[in-house]
Design a protein around this ligand. Structure first.
Ligand code: NAD
Ligand SMILES: O=C(O)C(=O)C[C@@H](O)[C@H](O)[C@H](O)COP(=O)(O)O
Ligand code: ZN
Length: 357
């Protein structure tokens, strides 16, 4: 199947999707690099690093392995990777390859964007969720006060997506990845949403999965091409993230996956949209689908005040006001400014509603 091409302000890059493409990584590294640093986490490295290192075959090719999980999107690991890059002698003609899920893509991409003021990097996503994170050039690490607060826009030189690697994902990670697909469908494509809501995550076929990934990636690619630096439409890709990011921070990074947090955030955005615009959105079908696929949805012990405070450090804040992505209808996202009082009251009614269902 054809590559998807994304145009960024600095260059265009191809997203190659297919089974076993990881064995051909060398073919996609088209430029001559002085050295290559492959960054991965322990789980992914054990499964796939050899395939990549064997394909690259080069002398100056190194592997850095970081611990698994969201806690690695951290300033200490960021610094450690810089140290490893320096020790291996990476220079401005070197390449970083991010082999893993969104954590590795965001972390290694941010290292690439800052090492010697920026070197090339390639994304080799290995999770369903990373269909989103590997495209569009948002790279970042977390601050203890909020998600992705330290980062930049830095597009990769290529994305090489081997769908065979997705076969080893746990059910939890399948769920997590599908939450971002649901988000893309909600903001751009009602027919895609209906098809996702008919999908049983526990009996996904490879063909179905690849079709979903291609559709999600095309939605994302179209948006980031139009608005690379998030001055307008790109904000819509943050649907569900105002609450989602706050939950990840409040519960402690890694306690809940990014996608699980976004799933709850999507329900919250729909709840607010329905009340604000007196519109009927697919809250119930989505809730039913989340339950059927075992998404964790329990907010009974959550500290509302603390969540609200975290939401106030969201990157979309303008003039101290929270900007939430809402929906006027499926496929019709909009940005709505909310004051603290309104947000608190929506959050309260949402938690009550979710706890009673
Ligand atoms: N930059 C962006 O535009 C963007 C978009 C969405 C999400 N994100 C970020 O992405 C991160 C979440 O990414 P994620 O969900 O991929 O998390 P992740 O990278 O932590 O991967 C999830 C888990 O799956 C394991 N894993 C990865 N690939 C595997 C495979 N093929 N087989 C078996 N296990 C595998 C990992 O070791 C990890 O335990 C969050 O930090 C989120 O903020 C960024
Ligand atoms: O690419 C984007 O733009 C997104 O918002 C995609 C989100 O799924 C992703 O989680 C992103 O990292 C959130 O961005 P942030 O700027 O709110 O940290
Ligand atoms: Zn996200």
């Amino acid at each position: 199947m054809d590559d998807i091409i994304v145009k960024s302000s600095s260059h265009s890059y191809a997203i190659t999707i297919g089974e076993n493409v990881r064995f051909l990584v060398d073919n996609y590294v088209t430029k001559k690099y002085s050295s290559i640093l492959v960054v991965s986490d322990k789980t992914v490295a054990d499964l796939y690093a050899n395939d990549i290192m064997n394909s690259l075959k080069g002398e100056n090719t190194f592997l850095s392995i970081v611990p698994v999980g969201e806690q690695s999107k951290d300033i200490r690991l960021f610094y450690q990777l810089h140290t490893e890059a320096i020790n291996h002698g990476l220079d401005r003609q070197s390449l970083i390859i991010a082999l893993g899920g969104g954590v590795i893509g965001d972390l290694a991409g941010f290292v690439a964007s800052t090492y010697m003021r920026g070197i090339d990097y390639i994304q080799l996503p290995t999770t369903i969720l990373a269909h989103d994170s590997s495209v569009g050039g948002k790279v970042a690490i977390n601050h203890e006060l909020g998600k992705n607060l330290i980062g930049s826009f830095y597009p990769p030189k290529a994305v090489i997506y081997d769908t065979q690697t997705l076969q080893t994902l746990s059910e939890k990670e399948v769920r997590s990845g599908y939450a971002e697909l649901i988000k893309e469908a909600l903001i751009a494509d009602g027919a895609f949403l209906n098809s996702l809501l008919e999908t049983d995550l526990f009996s996904l076929s490879t063909k179905e999965l690849e079709e979903h990934l291609r559709t999600g990636i095309k939605i994302k690619a179209t948006i980031v091409e139009e608005d690379e630096k998030e001055a307008g439409n790109r904000k819509y890709l943050n649907l569900g993230h105002t609450l989602g990011h706050a939950l990840e921070t409040e519960l402690g990074y890694g306690t809940i996956t990014h996608g699980e947090a976004v799933a709850i955030g999507l329900l919250f955005s729909i709840h607010v949209s329905e009340l604000m615009y007196a519109t009927k959105l697919p809250y119930n079908p989505l809730l039913k689908w989340f339950k059927k696929n075992h998404y964790p949805l329990d907010l009974r012990n959550i500290d509302e005040k603390s969540l609200l405070n975290i939401m106030k450090s969201d990157k979309k804040i303008m003039n101290k006001m929270i900007q939430m992505v809402l929906l006027k209808d499926t496929g019709q996202p909009t940005i709505q400014e909310l004051d603290d009082e309104d947000l608190h009251s929506y959050l309260k009614s949402f938690i009550t509603k979710l706890s009673s269902e």
